[in-house]
Design a protein around this ligand. Structure first.
Ligand code: HEM
Length: 151
């Protein structure tokens, strides 16, 4: 009798830590930014943004640049509709204010994107290049405040 019981205890000790890890993971459907809808929308913004950084100063590319700006804006609008993982992990009482702060920052980003479109339409490529730097600063500030640390 002694041996089977201690074997059972040993088995439980081996199995239960794994089981508790699995349960914990199931509690958190979005473990990090890679698999969130917001992450997907941000990635789409990122590909337009990277291309823009290469060509924004070139007036001969303005038509293509404006198409990229439209893509970037679409990603911004979509991103505004999602809630960052970090905000979802805050205590319930803090979530509404954090969500508004996030949306506010995204609206500022969209305003800069609109300014970028108007500047390109006016053929002011040097100003457009400065606006891209401003967008990059806004990106960094947004990520610092709202992006969850990778686990
Ligand atoms: C041009 C501006 C921006 C670009 C190009 C950009 C790009 C990105 C990229 C590439 C990711 C990673 C996606 C992934 O891991 O799958 C990301 C994640 C994220 N970004 Fe941005 N971003 C920008 C602006 C912002 C701003 C202004 C904010 C906040 C107001 C923000 C908040 C976040 C958050 C919270 C995540 C993590 C996703 C999540 O929590 O679900 N981003 N972004």
């Amino acid at each position: 009798m002694k041996t089977p019981l201690s074997l059972l205890a040993l088995l439980l000790a081996i199995v239960s830590p794994g089981a508790s890890v699995a349960l914990h993971a199931a509690d958190q459907p979005q473990a990090d930014s890679e698999d969130s809808e917001l992450g997907d929308a941000m990635s789409a913004m990122n590909s337009a943004f990277k291309k823009l950084r290469k060509q924004v100063a070139d007036p001969t590319q303005n038509e293509a640049s404006l198409a990229l700006v439209a893509k970037l804006r679409k990603g911004c609008v979509e991103s505004t509709q999602h809630v960052p993982i970090k905000v979802g992990r805050l205590p319930a009482a803090e979530q509404a204010a954090a969500k508004l702060a996030y949306q506010d920052q995204m609206k500022k980003l969209i305003a800069t994107v609109d300014e970028l479109a108007a500047t390109l339409k006016a053929g002011k490529n040097d100003v457009a290049a400065d606006l891209l730097k401003e967008l990059h600063d806004q990106e960094e500030a947004g990520h610092k405040e709202f992006r969850a640390k990778k686990k």
